[in-house]
Design a protein around this ligand. Structure first.
Ligand SMILES: O=C(O)CCC(=O)C(=O)O
Length: 292
């Protein structure tokens, strides 16, 4: 993966509520809490066999890394599969297929007793604990979460790599208008700095997550994820409470997303091309001189 002058994430073995609030939540700094899940039942129970035994029969939508084209809804899955078969696939082979935003309360509520919301000063939104699964080599497009939540992302079964970028760096990331992701055609693993010179300005924070590790991603932090082995993670979220951020969340969730889907439905690929050209030209005009 491209290193974008990345510095390693700050890593702690244990963190108190006071330390978390003072050193990470208030300044909105990411932190890796090694083995945070060690005391959860999930630590010894959660692996791919465990999930297969419980929910193998469910049919799940699967996402890949291909750009969404034309009139396609921006959240349309690539295909679907029985969860059992999908997990069998990621146990045995690399694949770019992923399960995204699997709602535990709706789909596998018995998992709730396997973990707890850590008392670190975040007001967790307990209605939305979600799982993500990925096969070896699968990638998650560089994005930030539309609800602008503070996220605690805990990984199980294998290793995954995450590159983080602070919200201040949005201007270098070629964020596609009316979306929370960057240009899908930018390959963050092998960037084309001639075509996208602003990427040279990026300064990432590199994270490697292993079984039981927890990553705190502050609100609006960009994340580019690569599963180095098949595995899965749970994300716990704390929604924004400050009025300005809350308004942005409401705008993103209720207006921006629907507007984008309407424009795609009406104008198809023309809308997509228009937005992409605009963002490339605008960003390169501003940061093109960095090429020299
Ligand atoms: O790990 C993944 O597959 C995606 C996680 C993610 O994007 C998130 O928690 O916001």
């Amino acid at each position: 993966m491209e290193d974008f002058g990345a510095i390693p994430i700050t890593c702690v073995q244990y963190i108190s509520k006071a330390e978390f609030i003072e050193n990470y939540y208030k300044p909105q700094r990411p932190v890796l809490i090694k083995g945070m899940a060690k005391n959860w039942p999930a630590y010894s129970k959660w692996n791919l066999d465990y999930i297969q035994d419980r929910a193998g029969d469910q049919i799940v939508p699967l996402y890949d890394s291909k750009p969404t084209k034309g009139r396609q809804n921006s959240a349309a899955p690539a295909t679907e599969m029985k969860l059992y078969d999908y997990l069998e696939l990621i146990k045995t082979k690399p694949t770019n297929l992923r399960v995204f935003f699997y709602n535990i309360l709706e789909r596998m509520p018995e998992l709730i007793k396997d973990f707890e919301y850590p008392d670190i000063g975040l007001k967790f939104f307990k209605k939305l604990p979600v799982l993500f699964f990925g096969g070896e080599g699968s990638k998650v497009l560089t994005h930030y979460d539309m609800d602008l939540a503070d996220l605690l992302h805990i990984h199980f079964h294998g290793t995954k790599s995450i590159m983080l970028f602070s919200p201040e760096q949005s201007k270098y990331l070629y964020r596609v208008p009316f979306s929370v992701h960057n240009l899908e055609r930018i390959n963050m693993g092998k960037s084309d700095f001639e075509k996208y010179p602003a990427l040279r300005k990026l300064r990432g924070i590199q994270v490697h997550l292993k079984h039981g590790d927890a990553l705190y991603m502050p609100s609006g932090y960009w994340h580019f994820i690569k599963y180095l082995e098949g595995g899965f993670s749970i994300t716990l979220r704390a929604l924004p409470t400050k009025p300005k951020k809350l308004l942005n969340t409401l705008y993103n969730v209720f207006f921006m997303r629907n507007f984008e889907n309407l424009m795609r439905k009406t104008f198809g690929q023309k809308w997509v091309d228009y937005k992409e050209t605009k963002i490339i030209n605008r960003t390169n005009r501003k940061f093109g001189q960095l090429q020299a």
